[in-house]
Ligand binder design. Structure first.
Ligand SMILES: Cc1cc2nc3c(=O)[nH]c(=O)nc-3n(C[C@H](O)[C@H](O)[C@H](O)COP(=O)(O)OP(=O)(O)OC[C@H]3O[C@@H](n4cnc5c(N)ncnc54)[C@H](O)[C@@H]3O)c2cc1C
Length: 242
């Protein structure tokens, strides 16, 4: 599938700090064909000796109609070959290679009409935020609920924007769940999904994204609560290098 996609040269146009260890990269990608919320890109770094490292990163925002500009949000992983570069030395004006958009299943289209439940663990918020933003950009009235599990309040990505959207985006509900520090820290459980999600009989489209263990737990809870497994779409942010 990705074999057909051409590698393109992207240049870093801007950077936004999300947390102490994550940043959003705003990239100019000449010839970018556009994408859907939920899709990702493959990024390739090449050393002068020809050694190459490739990783996947979700698109954090919907494609603007009039520019070849995309956004990725990268979490620094300790000793991570690619993420340490992208969150550190990679500077405005520098080039990287990328190809995409990749993935046609874990996507939300602005014409979709089912209620939506988004469940994010840590950096799994990235493609789900693209969906929240795509909903707003399309002035969609589809009700969205986001359950965002993160270690502590200072590890929340897009915090100011989420607070603004909670206030301004009618039909968007956001629930934060802290696993280590913050009010009542705990790991996601049935009660969280029951309270912050939709009843199964509403037949929502469910999107779950985050580390593999988190995704499996959340998807199991949804199915145990009666959600149709075909409507529970998952994306695992496990190691993607090769
Ligand atoms: C479809 C898809 C979309 C993704 N989207 C994003 C995104 O939007 N933002 C983002 O930050 N990451 C995302 N990832 C994860 C990303 O592709 C890399 O795996 C991550 O950046 C680590 O790469 P690295 O080269 O820095 O670490 P590596 O050099 O590959 O690994 C260093 C060490 O960290 C461990 N490790 C590797 N990846 C992870 C991880 N994800 N979590 C915890 N430990 C890890 C390895 O086992 C190893 O011990 C996505 C992954 C997939 C498959």
């Amino acid at each position: 599938m990705t074999g057909r996609l051409a590698w393109r040269v992207a240049r870093l146009a801007d950077v936004r700090t999300e947390t102490a260890t994550a940043r959003t990269l705003v990239l100019d990608v000449p010839g970018w064909p556009g994408h859907l919320a939920g899709q990702h890109v493959d990024v390739r770094l090449r050393a002068p000796d020809g050694y190459a490292a490739q990783r996947s990163y979700s698109l954090a925002a919907p494609a603007p109609a009039d520019s070849a500009r995309i956004e990725l949000t990268v979490q620094r992983v300790a000793d991570g070959e690619v993420s340490e570069y992208l969150t550190g030395p990679y500077a405005v004006g520098d080039a990287i290679e990328l190809r995409g958009p990749v993935g046609g299943w874990f996507v939300w289209r602005p014409g979709d009409t089912d209620p939506v439940l988004l469940i994010a663990g840590g950096s799994g918020i990235v493609p789900l935020m693209a969906m929240v933003r795509a909903r707003a950009a399309a002035a969609s009235r589809v009700p969205f609920r986001l359950l965002y599990s993160v270690r502590s309040p200072d590890e929340v990505y897009y915090g100011d924007e989420l607070r603004r959207r909670i206030r301004d985006d009618a039909g968007l509900d956001v629930t934060f769940l802290y696993t280590r520090h913050g009010p009542q820290p705990h790991r996601i459980g049935v009660a969280d999904v029951n309270t912050a999600g939709w009843p199964a009989e509403f037949a929502p489209a469910c999107f779950v994204c985050g580390p593999t263990g988190f995704v499996e737990t959340a998807a199991d809870i949804l199915v145990a609560l009666g959600h149709d497994p075909r409507k529970v779409k998952t994306e695992r942010f496990g190691p993607s290098g090769g």
